[in-house]
Ligand binder design. Structure first.
Ligand SMILES: [Zn+2]
Ligand SMILES: [Zn+2]
Length: 376
């Protein structure tokens, strides 16, 4: 049986101790660091072969100026060394276009501007995707009033690269960002998708397991996602597809019970995140991830007064609404479930120490993950 428990007082003390010990940016940002450093919505197979075009059209900013701002925004991300962009001529099909859009909703694939406060948006991660800029926005080209064109483009390019919105308000990928360039949280996300970045506290590092003969590529490390002393982590097949996800949750009093779930594809690459999901793993309770007899997947939360709260995961790995808190004769059912996991679903794995074994890509052989504790 897997039981994951923690003492919130102890964790809070660890968290305080953690701050100030290191000059690493990640450590300095704790414990205010958010519920999940980053989220992702997809990945490119070849992130160094992304091509682009500015659609030639009249807009509120002269084409040559827009070109310059786009090139600068792309350059900011290229400097990470893991992605690269190439401009292609008219007539060629680029990976993505940049164009002005208005309030008339001329494209079926997006929302017209003017209905909410958004001034830009981007399309899904597939060839032919786009960045749309609101043609009636008051754009700022420098420090003046108005919406910063530079920051907006950098943020939208982050979406194009696969990053989704981030709960870290200081991040470039925060919905209402004020950042001037990608921050530690943004870079943690980008490098978790595409590799790179030096090791740091909170990395979850994949290591080959010789005994089980791991084949194929190892996943890229998840960068900075599980700061020691502030988080616990486990492997669990939340969507029942036969491969494990990595689950990370905050344990400190300010955590809001937030859970992050990292899904990998068949190539063992990070593909999507679920979360941060608030109030799912409350720090004052014991949480168990449990596989049921029918392949159903549960979060069992046991509070100090003996009350239980149950949540199931749906087929996409999203926790459903909790049952009312209750005293249940649940022990028997729980024991049965653990004893007879259905084939096809992967049971939970939680750590004794800080390394775990699981099957992230669903190929039947195991990957070995360990938490990086120290600064490099
Ligand atoms: Zn649009
Ligand atoms: Zn956005």
């Amino acid at each position: 049986m897997v039981r994951i428990s923690f003492a919130c007082g102890l964790m809070a003390a660890c968290a305080q101790q953690h701050v100030g010990v290191s000059t690493d940016v990640t450590a300095r940002a704790e414990p205010e660091a958010p519920m999940g450093r980053f989220t992702v919505r997809g990945r490119w197979e070849n992130p160094r072969e992304l091509t682009w075009q500015v659609v030639p059209q009249d807009g509120p900013i002269a084409p040559e100026i827009l070109d310059r701002f786009v090139a600068e925004a792309l350059d900011v991300w290229e400097r990470t060394g893991v992605v690269a962009f190439r401009r292609v001529a008219e007539g060629q099909q680029p990976t993505f276009t940049i164009s002005w859009h208005g309030a008339d909703g001329s494209s079926a694939s997006c929302r017209p501007f003017g209905r909410d406060n958004s001034v830009a948006h981007s399309g899904p991660l597939s060839d032919g995707t786009f960045i749309h800029l609101d043609e009636s926005c008051d754009w700022s080209l420098g420090e003046g009033s108005g919406e910063s064109l530079s920051r907006t483009l950098q943020h939208e390019v982050g979406h194009i690269l696969g990053l989704d919105h981030c709960a870290d308000e200081s991040a470039l990928m925060a919905p209402l960002t004020t950042a001037s360039g990608p921050t530690e949280s943004d870079l943690a996300g980008l490098h978790s998708l595409y590799g790179g970045l030096h090791g740091g506290p909170g990395d979850l590092l994949p290591v080959a397991v010789q005994q089980t003969g791991t084949e194929g590529p190892l996943p890229f490390p998840l960068r900075r996602v599980a700061p020691p002393g502030l988080t616990e982590w486990a492997l669990f097949d939340t969507d029942g597809d036969g491969s494990h996800e990595v689950l990370v949750w905050r344990t400190d009093a300010k955590s809001l019970g937030a859970l992050m779930i990292y899904h990998f594809n068949e190539e063992a690459q990070l593909e999507r995140t679920v979360g941060p999901l608030l109030n799912v793993v409350p720090p004052e309770a014991d949480t168990t991830f449990m596989l049921g007899v029918h392949g159903d997947r549960w979060i069992v939360t046991e509070f100090a007064d003996g009350l239980l709260r149950l949540r199931s995961f749906d087929e996409r790995g999203w926790p459903q609404r909790p049952t009312p808190q209750q005293h249940l004769g649940f022990e028997k059912e729980r024991a049965q479930a653990i004893a007879a996991p259905s084939s096809g679903s992967r049971g939970p794995v939680a750590g004794e120490g800080d390394s775990l074994r699981g099957d992230l890509d669903g190929d039947g052989s195991e990957e070995f993950l360990m938490r990086f504790e120290e600064g490099s």
